[in-house]
Ligand binder design. Sequence first.
Ligand code: C5P
Length: 227
Amino acid sequence: MKKITIAIDGFSSTGKSTLAKQLAKHLGYVYVDTGAMYRAVALYAMQNNYIGTDFFDKEKLISSLPSIKLHFKFNSELGFAEMYLNDINVETEIRTLEVSNFVSSVAAISEVRTKLVEQQQEMGKEKGIVMDGRDIGTVVFPNAELKIFMTAGADTRAQRRYDELKAKGDSVSYEEVLKNVVERDYIDTHRVDSPLVMADDAIEVDNSYLDRKEQFDAVLELVNDVI
Ligand code: C5P
């Protein structure tokens, strides 16, 4: 069986990472969550006071980029790789609503994207990879053998993200989460550099009414058609 590259893109909280993890596990592929990388850069900007509710010093962030080191390390207990920022595990910190509120502004900066895309291409150069994000099928791996574009209604997505945050003990309201999902989608689809758009050769999967297993089975069929 040949090893391929699987690109999964789509709107916020469409369950991309759940599907990508299932596929990677099943196929014995590496899974890369590129959103975690943008989140880690946003966290760095927050920790250094480059970004806040009413300010964003983009130039400072851009000039600090060489000192931002990102890597993933597989956690066998969890079954997936966790995100490290300058050798510190930030997997929990990057998932907060506060980081979600700043990440899309950070991800709109071209210099940030150039750095991260380079690292992502390096990670995927041997194939046998499932990568999820917003620009994987369009920019990072335009030649990926399989491209999936995931969608679901904003309410469904916000509810899923709300349940996830609540389960982790975060005190957030559903309205805040919905606002964040809608705002991120707006910024991600309207930015100048690599906006979120479905690649011409991607297959759209609307999972509003699919459970995890149904979705996995449907996509696995698509994978089997290619490998
Ligand atoms: O996937 P996740 O929701 O964790 O991504 C967080 C944010 O990172 C997105 O809303 C988007 O602004 C940015 N992102 C991106 N390109 C990617 C992955 C994520 O711009 N490939």
